[in-house]
Design a binder for this molecule. Sequence first.
Ligand SMILES: [Zn+2]
Length: 318
Amino acid sequence: MTETTLGTAARYVACLPLLMLYTTSATTASDAACAQVVEVTEVAHGVYVRQGIQAVVFEQERVANVGFIVGERCVAVIDTGGSYQEGEELMCAIRQVTDVPVCHVINTHVHPDHILGNLAFKDDEVSYVGHVNLERAMALLGNTYLSRAKKHRGKTLGPEYIVMPDRRVRGRIELDLGNRKLLITAHPKAHTNNDLSVLDEKTKTLWLSDLLFVDHIPVIAGSAKGWLAVLDDLTQVPAKRVVPGHGPVQADWPHAAKDIRRYLSTLRAETRAWLTGDGELQGAQEQVAYSERHRWKLFDRYHKRNVISVYTELEWED
Ligand SMILES: [Zn+2]
């Protein structure tokens, strides 16, 4: 399907003139954030994605795909970016297309490029939605993220920048944005142990975030085995399009699962074979699944780490 048939429209959002209209809202964005152009793409009616760049978290900003879905009553934000400023920029983009309030911030998982903009949406009327395991993951990793933000950006951030979920998802819940229902699913351990997916029933858009990487090498912070099982389930969802956490703003489904499944399966099979042969971790990092090297961006930055993750997972399997 081409972009045209999907009705895709890139919107270049200049927020400055809008500030006067919205300064009474509790969830306003600052002049500084809105003074610049923020580009978002409407991948389906009312579903907007701000595309991240293919780069390493903290070394650069605006790394993850983030966005929002607009209902008649309110807006759900899906991930907030890697800094307060990114959150503000997303708020500017929202204000360009609607004046209905934000009612939910959905964090798809704990990684800093998805949650560090949370504070920009803080308001009594906004609920923060996360996997039942998200709060614990934030408590464990939050300080590390804040000190890495300081190291790379020179900014000291207080603990208030780690905004915890107040609505915890176990299994599945539904959110109603006003004539628009979102189905939120909490998955077993895959990319992390706290992954959510979001299905917009109206447009059959499945927001997978980091359960799907396209072009950018998958990063395993949970379980390769579990991730393959979750992808098996997700490919049964009759979605018209998916939104990956890294890569293009949308992709065809289930076709877009092909590359990540091949990477994870190859890594798993070759690590398992390695463990029955030479067995040393260092050798595995140099040899396992290198047939994948030319297929992924950032392979050299993340692959060895992925091998450690899979090696550890498989070392004691029956
Ligand atoms: Zn992630």
